[in-house]
Design a protein around this ligand. Structure first.
Ligand SMILES: Cc1cc2nc3c(=O)[nH]c(=O)nc-3n(C[C@H](O)[C@H](O)[C@H](O)COP(=O)(O)OP(=O)(O)OC[C@H]3O[C@@H](n4cnc5c(N)ncnc54)[C@H](O)[C@@H]3O)c2cc1C
Length: 390
């Protein structure tokens, strides 16, 4: 059989791969775009297991700009696509709490938010107590609260929407695993598939989520992006959840409304955060050791909470600096990364998809300069210093 040819191959059809495919068509690319997805049930994809929240509270200009664009895109989906554009978007806020040890850092972050144009309020403990009477503020020294552009949505609905729209505009989605990349000097010539087939291609986008490091290695490229397990707990509690923000406590736990109850999480300690391999079992010890005690302290009404269920998913963790890696590999120049978002890939998927599509179409960023997230910083050992990583 003759070998098939694609202009652009996207490895991975999660929210990042779908957003890239969507924006390629949106920006007018008419060539052949093929997305290879090894599991189109998306059972284990990060996107399907995400808490899918979006914040404006970043301290780096590039992340703030990505949030601004992505929020405008998400908030406009219903107007643009009617009922199909429904992604269950909840307009709410992130509430970041600081104790005395962290308050000066958070104050500095707040000044940066304002400089970057984000609409974020500073709250003293008295303001907090007035505004959120269910909160124990006795050991708090301040907080920031988003006033616009923050909330959460359904990541799977966003994925489906982008996938359907891309498909309608002629992007091909093929249920196949990419198992190898065929190299020529300085470029990738083709991809090999689990079925034994091989395709020739003009460019390849690595959108393989937690598997990105593995796909990069197929081209002999080192990419420090590997899976890390994160557990979300679903609870019920005698506290009305309507209108409550996404609370990030100074202890490191996070909680937000979901359905009739709440979802909450805690970061594992670094020495208990190995590569999980195929392990998707929730880490229940986190609830006992971290989540429950911190919640009962911070929100006394949650002392009598009921744990309903839990799920775990894999972050696509950039072990270098916990920020996205976007753009071409400096030596394998038709191989583009869209990886390593480490917990903020869903919120930044529209900006990432558009940026990667611009690179593929024009060879440069046209609307938003994402070059600070380029791969070069890894080789040069210049990490991005984002103060707020969750
Ligand atoms: C518990 C949890 C909570 C989160 N909360 C948030 C949040 O609040 N806000 C936020 O913005 N982000 C959050 N994230 C992170 C976010 O979900 C990810 O950044 C995002 O989903 C990454 O999308 P992706 O398309 O790169 O990866 P994925 O969704 O994992 O998609 C990658 C796809 O590539 C496919 N694939 C991999 N290798 C191959 C191959 N060789 N061949 C073919 N297909 C392949 C996989 O099957 C998969 O479907 C959270 C993640 C988790 C796990």
């Amino acid at each position: 059989m003759a070998r098939q040819v694609a202009d652009i191959v996207i490895v991975g059809g999660g929210v990042i791969g779908c957003a890239t495919a969507f924006f390629l068509r949106e920006l007018g690319f008419t060539g052949r775009v093929v997305v290879f997805e090894k599991d189109s049930s998306y059972r284990f994809a990060s996107t399907a297991r995400s808490a899918a929240s979006i914040r404006q509270q970043f301290t780096t200009p590039v992340s703030t700009q990505m949030s601004q664009f992505s929020w405008a895109f998400l908030a406009g989906l219903k107007e643009r696509f009617g009922e199909e554009g429904e992604i269950a978007l909840v307009r709410s806020a992130y509430l970041l709490l600081a104790d005395a040890a962290r308050v000066e850092t958070l104050r500095g972050c707040h000044a940066t938010f304002r400089q970057l144009g984000s609409d974020i309020a500073w709250l003293d403990p008295e303001d907090l107590a007035r505004r959120f009477p269910w909160l124990n503020v006795e050991d708090l020294a301040g907080a920031t609260l988003g006033l616009a552009g923050e909330g959460w949505f359904d990541a799977y609905m966003l994925l489906r929407l982008l996938r359907v729209q891309a498909k309608r505009r002629g992007v091909e989605f093929i249920d196949e695993e990419v198992t190898g990349l065929e190299l020529a000097p300085g470029r990738i010539e083709g991809v090999r598939l689990a079925s034994g087939a091989a395709w020739s291609c003009g460019s390849v986008v690595n959108a393989a989520g937690p598997f990105a490091g593995r796909v990069a290695a197929m081209a002999g490229c080192e990419l420090p992006v590997w899976p890390r397990k994160r557990t979300m707990f679903v609870i019920r509690a005698p506290l009305p959840n309507k209108g409550l923000p996404f609370v990030f406590d100074s202890s490191g736990i996070a909680i937000r409304p979901e359905g009739d109850g709440f979802i909450c999480s805690a970061l594992p300690d670094e020495d208990r955060d190995p590569d999980p391999g195929e392990d998707f079992e929730p880490d229940h010890y986190l609830f006992e050791e971290k989540v429950w005690p911190a919640l009962a302290h911070r929100i006394p009404a949650l002392e009598s909470l009921r744990l309903m269920s839990a799920w775990a998913g894999h972050y696509e963790m950039n072990l270098f600096d916990h920020n996205g890696v976007i753009g071409p590999h400096p030596e394998v120049t038709n191989f583009l990364f869209a990886n390593g978002f480490s917990g903020h890939g869903v919120m930044h998927s529209p900006a990432t998809g558009r940026g990667v599509a611009e690179l593929l179409l024009h060879g440069r960023y046209v609307s938003l300069d994402l070059s600070p997230l380029g791969y070069e910083r890894i080789a040069a050992e210049r990490p991005i210093r984002e103060a707020l990583v969750y």
